[in-house]
Design a protein around this ligand. Structure first.
Ligand SMILES: Cc1ncc(COP(=O)(O)O)c(C=O)c1O
Ligand SMILES: [Zn+2]
Length: 421
């Protein structure tokens, strides 16, 4: 007998490499034969009983509106702080500047902890609560941790977070204020990830580590389910996604696969995976015939995508390959340019990783990989206030303070006007 909190359409969990299957009532988070990197899991549904209609994106209260597409039902406590149902904005100004027919921005800064990552935390938390987990733990560059700390608070779930020492201050403030247990590692995100996985194994904690828990891509895919319904079911030609571990990209691909399976869309958009050029392990691997395992050095100011060993590498590479998409590396300067463009044309203040997808689309357009007659969806994944240092490095220098006199103000104004001419 399946518990009533499982979606009856969820039929099996399948290893991405060897295709071994497990029942929804008892599946490992990664395949024991293929290991945590190669043996990530796909959640497979039977959509035959689902009518080919989608909830309206405009009237949704939160991401659970799409629960027909999600593995588990939401416990009441997980809905206390609504996640998802974020705005989709079409910007003519930006479309003209980038050189595409139409450009939509999915504003996922407007989630409770100010990033798209809340979608993954919500689905993992729901699962953990149903499984009666006592502790949920995660390693994070910053946003997964701040997200879990935020959403677990009203659920009264105990949270342990592993973050690199260098995580931006605002993200650290979120974890601490929400009362999570915080372990700061004198090392990289990749090291924090392995330590968290080890402690979870040893202590039997519920692991919310990216990619190695299939609930996460399922949660992240709702960003696409929502976007497509907000576009009245009309899919764009390309979708640009920022990539660190590759879980958002994996989720985006899964959303389109599920929508196609359910008969809600006819055509698969091309997926563009954008990585920082200083952390571009997947971009580099995509050119190789035998890409695995994927790992590389990291050096970028976009902390949320500063990942050396992308944990969702199999699904991420598959997503671009199967959709005939593109891998694009963008320099930190290009990301800074995209942050300014986004802020000055649309009013959206994004953290560096949050503007990386736009930088990727601009680069793809410049390389002729996207056509001017095409339409594009860009995911804006995190808020600029999460990393003020990063934002200041992209903004014009702050002017000198002037004396509190009308004369000094007039002189300063003249100077500003001259500079902008
Ligand atoms: C704001 C933001 N954008 C993009 C990403 C990259 O997501 P993924 O690691 O799933 O590729 C993250 C990951 O934490 C993030 O916080
Ligand atoms: Zn396997």
């Amino acid at each position: 007998m399946s518990p009533e909190w499982l979606n009856p359409r969820f039929v099996t969990a399948r290893c991405v490499t060897c295709s071994r299957e497990w029942p929804p009532t008892d599946f490992p988070f990664t395949c024991p034969d293929c290991g945590p990197l190669m043996g990530t899991m796909d959640i497979i549904y039977d959509f035959r009983k689902l009518r080919a209609t989608m909830p309206s994106g405009t009237s949704a209260r939160d991401l659970w509106e799409w629960k027909d597409f999600l593995p588990v039902e939401p416990p009441v406590s997980v809905r206390l702080l609504p996640v998802g149902a974020t705005p989709l904005i079409s910007s003519e100004t930006l479309a003209t500047k980038v050189g595409v027919k139409q450009l939509w921005l999915k504003d996922d800064r407007l989630n409770p902890s100010a990033s798209l990552i809340d979608r993954a935390s919500a689905s993992a938390l729901a699962h953990a609560i149903h499984l009666k987990a006592e502790v949920i733990a995660a390693a994070s560059t910053g946003n997964a941790a701040s997200s879990l700390a935020t959403l677990a608070a009203p659920c009264k779930m105990k949270v342990v977070l592993f973050v690199p020492e260098a995580a931006p201050e605002a993200k650290l403030a979120q974890l601490l204020l929400h009362g999570a247990y915080v372990i700061r590692i004198q090392g990289t995100y990749d090291e924090a990830f392995d330590l968290c996985a080890e402690v979870c194994r040893k202590r039997g904690w519920y692991s919310r580590n990216t990619a190695t828990n299939p609930m996460l891509a399922e949660g992240k895919k709702t960003v696409i389910l929502e976007s497509i319904s907000q576009m009245d079911g009309k899919e764009p030609d390309v979708v640009a996604v920022p990539v660190g571990d590759g879980c958002i990209l994996a989720g985006a691909h899964k959303a389109f696969l599920d929508l196609k399976d359910a008969g809600c869309i006819q055509r698969m958009p091309r997926l563009i995976g954008a990585q920082a050029s200083g952390a571009a392990a997947l971009v580099e691997a995509s050119a190789k015939a035998k890409p695995f395992p994927v790992m590389g050095a990291t050096s970028t100011f976009a902390d949320s995508i500063r990942v050396g060993l992308p944990r969702d590498q199999v699904k991420a590479l598959r997503a671009v390959k199967e959709t005939d998409g593109e891998w694009i590396a963008v320099t930190d300067d290009a990301i800074r340019g995209a942050m300014r463009l986004l802020a000055q044309t649309t009013g959206m203040f994004a953290e560096p990783a949050g503007a990386a997808a736009l930088a990727g689309l601009i680069e793809a357009r410049e390389q002729g990989l996207v056509d001017e007659r095409e339409t594009a969806l860009v995911l804006v994944t995190g808020h600029g206030l999460k990393d003020v240092k990063g934002a200041l490095s992209a903004a014009p220098a702050a002017p000198q303070a002037v004396a509190p006199t009308l004369e000094a103000v007039e002189t300063a104004l003249e100077k500003e006007i001259k500079q902008r001419k």
